[in-house]
Design a protein around this ligand. Structure first.
Ligand code: TEU
Ligand code: CA
Length: 556
């Protein structure tokens, strides 16, 4: 394995709209990010991923870009961005941008020109297709509901959108379009960003014959995922993207990849892979239900652990995965992965321990380090997210009552993790002096950075220790390159693994169950490196883990 500069780094995702508002308009901004750089530095963060900050109509919260070269005025100016970049560099940190190039906004000038001249060159930047028998060209359902095909006004054509109709898909078969995208990526790299988080990238390769597939729902449509699964050759496009851009700059890239073909892992994240790393969604996808709304299938502890272990074992053969428990599309990890008796600071620290010390690049999502949890919304109007609203509509159409539909979308709504960052116990959690764009989770009174700063036993202080341990001179090598091996798999409720180099053996062990467990270790304990329980008991070759106890030990 060739060593790369980012292997031992810790990353942090900022959702700028909800991070910190500095001008009272209720919307987080770049100056807010600048103001909290020292906070992030102290946490131990190296790489900051900014969810999209480009100019956008915000139909899908900035994942619909109308100008790739401009900063959204809601977030600030290019001067603010340059300052952020400089301040980050000063602290030895890196910025990565969100790269959304499967689609753009319908307000982007390319699409506007395409609409103005549906036979012209810009129409070929997108997928404009004639309908079939007066209907859509094919039977695909978009990710946010309804057909993927939207009529092009004044023509007998439709354009393709895998996400919202305001997010037309870009035609990656068009060399001019590709050149425009590559130039743009290089422009940001020239500016000094360290790389990108790459959005929904697997979707760029389509079978442009757009064949129908058997319907998978009562609406007579089939998920547009199908067209991605059924086509080969995305690798060539990804390789071209890398060669024309990232590779020239030694950039760090983390891809959002679903539906990868199983044997492609090495091509994606191996030494010469298309990307530096990609998110491990193996746990997240377990709860995918088969309904048109995301109620979430119940996942057992055993299933969850096996999925992660399997993914770790596969991942380490070829490279590094990026480990997450939550992001801006997923519910809060504490609410999702912890049983109810563990949804407290101790349990949350346990979850942090078993996630951050896995092999790979840890990505911490804003507020995770505080123990932020899902938020209760009292009505559909309180939600903002386009996907939640669509799922609610589908649930109503399926015959659920308004109350049931609200309940159905609550657990997996993307707004669970998008509520404002909880900085203090002051009004609006110290996020804004104005009216926050999205509800603040009422639990901010207890769960907030200012309180946790004062409390030595807080989740925040624990995350600091956890990250410091991972990056410490003595253990950095083991936590970065050390082999991952599952441990104590037969012990009920135990989530344990070792990280070993020829010189060191570290055991990470946690008890997700309710009863006490005594683990017989293969060798003596050299040192207790970290625990979420100050009174943890160990003697000789044994350690006793009570419910929700986590311990990190160096073994003889
Ligand atoms: O998410 C991609 C996305 O929505 C996937 O979960 C998709 O549903 C999956 O490929 C299905 O298997 C990204 C962003 O993270 C999200 O916030 C955006 O809304 C979306 O792309 C569109 O840009
Ligand atoms: Ca603002």
């Amino acid at each position: 394995m060739i060593k790369k500069w980012w292997h031992d780094k810790v990353a942090y995702q900022i959702y700028p709209k909800s991070f910190l508002d500095t001008n009272g308009d209720g919307i987080g901004d770049l100056r807010g990010v600048i103001r909290r750089l020292d906070y992030l530095k102290e946490l131990g963060v190296d790489i900051i991923w900014l969810s999209p900050i480009y100019q956008s109509p915000f139909v899908d919260q900035g994942y619909d870009i109308s100008d790739y070269y401009a900063i959204a005025p809601e977030f600030g100016t290019m001067a603010d961005f340059d300052e952020l970049l400089a301040e980050t560099k000063k602290r030895g940190m890196y910025i990565i941008m969100d790269l959304v190039i499967n689609h753009c906004s319908d307000k982007h000038e390319w699409f506007q020109k395409a609409l103005a001249d549906p036979e012209g060159e810009y129409a070929d930047y997108f997928y404009f297709r004639k309908g079939k028998d007066g209907k859509e060209p094919s039977n695909y359902r978009s990710y946010f509901g309804g057909s993927t095909w939207e009529p092009v006004p004044g023509t007998d054509k439709y354009y393709l959108h895998m996400f919202a109709k305001e997010q037309p898909d870009l035609n990656w078969n068009n060399p001019r379009l590709k050149k425009e995208l590559f130039d743009m990526v290089n422009w940001w790299l020239e500016k000094g960003v360290a790389g990108f988080r790459i959005d929904a990238i697997i979707n760029i390769k389509k079978d442009t014959a757009f064949p129908d597939y058997p319907a998978d729902g009562a609406d007579g449509l089939v998920s547009c995922t199908k067209m991605v699964e059924e086509v080969d050759g995305v690798g060539e496009l990804l390789e071209e993207l890398k060669k024309e851009t990232f590779e020239k700059y030694g950039a760090f890239t983390v891809a959002e990849v679903f539906n990868m073909k199983e044997d492609e892992l090495r091509e994606f994240i191996g030494d010469d892979g298309h990307f530096s790393t990609m998110f491990d969604f193996s746990a997240a996808v377990l709860s995918e239900g088969d309904k048109g709304w995301h109620t979430g299938r119940e996942v057992t502890f055993g299933e969850w652990r096996s999925a992660l272990f399997e993914s770790q074992l596969e991942g380490q053969k070829v490279g590094f995965k990026a480990n997450i428990i939550e992001n801006h599309d997923e519910p809060r990890g504490a609410s999702r992965y912890l049983p109810s008796y563990a949804q407290n600071p101790k349990g949350i620290k346990m979850l942090g321990t078993t996630s951050v010390l896995l092999r790979g690049i840890p990505f911490i999502y804003q507020g995770q380090e505080l123990g932020m949890t899902n938020c209760r919304f009292d009505s559909i109007e309180e939600y903002d997210d386009i996907s939640t609203k669509d799922q609610y509509k589908v649930a109503l159409e399926a015959g659920l009552t308004a109350e049931e539909a609200l309940e159905a979308v609550a657990r997996f709504s993307r707004d669970n993790s998008r509520t404002p960052m909880q900085w203090s116990g002051e009004r609006n959690a110290g996020f804004t002096t104005g009216k926050p764009w999205l509800k603040v989770n009422p639990n901010y009174i207890q769960v907030n950075a200012a309180e946790e700063e004062k409390d030595a036993a807080s989740v925040l202080q624990y995350y600091r220790q956890l990250i410091a341990l991972r990056k410490s001179d003595s253990y950095r090598e083991a936590f970065t390159y050390g082999e991952f091996r599952p441990a104590f798999e037969d012990e009920k409720g135990i989530f344990a693994f070792t990280r070993s180099t020829p010189e060191q053996k570290i055991l990470v062990a946690a008890n997700y169950g309710t009863g006490e467990q005594v683990l017989e270790l293969p060798s003596g304990i050299k040192k207790l490196l970290l625990s979420n329980n100050a009174e943890i008991k160990s003697a000789g070759n044994r350690i006793c883990l009570g419910s929700c106890d986590a311990a990190v030990l160096e073994l003889e």
